[in-house]
Design a binder for this molecule. Structure first.
Ligand SMILES: Cc1cc2nc3c(=O)[nH]c(=O)nc-3n(C[C@H](O)[C@H](O)[C@H](O)COP(=O)(O)O)c2cc1C
Ligand code: SF4
Length: 445
């Protein structure tokens, strides 16, 4: 085909089919590839009918939590209130860069999915909230939205049907927390991007206090394909023995791997084959040591665990981790896991919005302790302290950023404890404990 995609014969390119094809970016090019036919069809359908097709397809949210999309849409009732759709294009999870490619190569696929989604939840207005650093995707998305308005696809008389569908592009300001759905809404409203306490859930009181649905880019970009090909077609993509994860999924692969990039496979693809064959395995002369399979917030797998995992929601859970955002980060035998985990903790400490004390304090102390261990000044009691802080950070806060910081620490300590132990300082056997929580003095325990 001449495009970089598919880059491997075992891929199933649906969303990525036109990655690398500059003509698919333009409205004319998108229409020539069947674009906007699904939106036209959707405008002639009752929203409940669309919700049911999406329910039947088995599509689940690709933003991380995997909530069934059709069910989420069915929470939105025709109540006469103003409804909103927010497309979450914040994509700041370390290791994740799939939404960026959807926006760069197929902006109209996303606009079409957003427009269908808006109609399906009785909304006339949709916002695409794009990560601030994504300058090129923002420019491409803005140009595509302008083209869609000029052609009468969007606006007060969408596709000549008399129905209004407006789509606005909103540029974030570079805060990871604004990817959390309620922080995203606060940010859109011009407030500080702090997550909100739920309930009320967005479907009841979301953007500007109105019923709102938030969906990820990849989730929405799949919808035109489902409407065109049918729920049954989507349903049959996936592992035969797991009816709960259907369709295709984009995985972003980075780190110590021969062929990094975005790959689209059917749900349930064998992870061992994915890493060693599709992505080319370890770099020459190296061995894969560990893999974070779903963005930095999910538990770390050893190579052996990863190679025996299926790439779907249930397969990942069975291996003790999560599918998350599909950002695969690979570490080879050169990597110092303590240092890597400390880097992740520093990221979460920096991005905490600081509303919850468990998160504000926990991310900061976790970082300090890990960095101290990494510098060879740790002691054996630090491990218990880290686990105790992690416990206090899990399931107790307004959003799960706090849990996300604890997760790699707990799984790292469990699976790579020998690396932590090898870092302990000369005084560790005496149990010398720096009094971290109150001062920077060091005293004997
Ligand atoms: C700290 C944090 C950051 C998040 N960042 C993103 C993000 O960048 N993109 C995204 O789609 N979802 C992100 N989420 C998940 C969203 O809150 C939300 O669940 C998702 O956008 C829903 O879309 P979906 O149902 O299509 O998956 C984040 C959640 C948390 C707690
Ligand atoms: S868990 Fe952290 S990021 Fe989330 S609301 Fe609380 S302080 Fe903010």
């Amino acid at each position: 085909m001449g495009f970089p995609h598919p880059s491997h014969e075992r891929e199933t390119p649906v969303l990525s089919k036109y990655f690398g094809d500059p003509e698919a970016r333009t409205l004319a090019g998108w229409r020539a590839r069947g674009g906007y036919a699904s939106f036209e069809k959707a405008l002639g359908m009752d929203p409940v009918e669309i919700q049911n097709i999406v329910k039947d397809s088995g599509l689940r949210g690709r933003g991380g939590a995997g909530f069934p999309t059709g069910i989420k849409w069915s929470f939105m009732k025709p109540d006469g209130k103003t409804h909103y759709l927010c497309c979450n294009a914040d994509e700041s999870e370390p290791g994740t860069f799939k939404d960026r490619e959807i926006m760069r190569w197929t902006p109209h696929a996303l606009i079409e999915g957003v427009a269908i989604g808006a109609h399906a939840i009785y909304a006339e207005t949709a916002y695409i909230y794009i990560r601030g650093e994504y300058s090129e995707p923002i420019r491409i998305m803005q140009a595509a939205v302008a083209e869609a308005y000029a052609a009468g696809i969007l606006g007060a008389n969408a596709m000549g049907t008399g129905k209004r569908v407006d789509v606005h592009i909103h540029r974030g300001a570079g805060a990871y927390i604004c990817g959390e759905e309620t922080a995203l809404m606060n940010s859109l409203e011009g407030r500080r991007g702090n997550p909100r306490i739920k309930p009320p859930f967005p479907a009841v009181a979301g953007l500007f206090g109105q019923p709102t649905t938030i969906n990820n880019v990849e989730t929405l970009a799949a919808v035109p394909h489902i409407l065109r090909e049918g729920a049954e077609w989507y349903q049959q993509l996936g592992r035969e023995d797991n009816p709960r994860s259907r369709g295709t999924k984009l995985f972003s692969v980075c780190g110590n791997i021969a062929r990094p990039g975005n790959y689209e496979v059917t749900m349930g693809f064998p992870f061992g084959e994915f890493l060693n064959d599709m992505c080319g395995g370890a770099l020459p002369g190296r061995e894969i040591k560990a893999v974070i399979p779903g963005g930095s917030s999910v538990p770390i797998l050893t190579r052996e665990e990863a190679e025996n995992t299926f790439m779907d929601y249930e397969g990942m859970v069975a291996s003790g981790t999560m599918l998350g955002s599909g950002g695969v980060i690979v570490f080879d035998d050169r990597q110092d896991m303590v240092r890597q985990i400390a880097r992740l903790a520093r990221f979460y400490a920096h991005e905490s919005c600081a509303q919850c004390s468990q998160c504000r304090e926990g991310t900061a102390w976790t970082t300090r302790i890990l960095e101290r261990i990494s510098a060879g000044q740790g002691n054996a009691r630090d491990f218990d302290t880290l686990l105790s802080i992690a416990d206090n950070m899990t399931g107790k806060t307004i959003c799960v950023l706090s849990d996300s910081c604890a997760t790699p620490v707990v799984s790292g300590l469990k699976k790579f404890r020998h690396e932590f132990e090898a870092k302990l300082g000369p005084d560790h056997s005496r149990g010398v404990v720096p009094v971290l929580l109150t001062s920077n003095r060091t005293v004997a325990a």
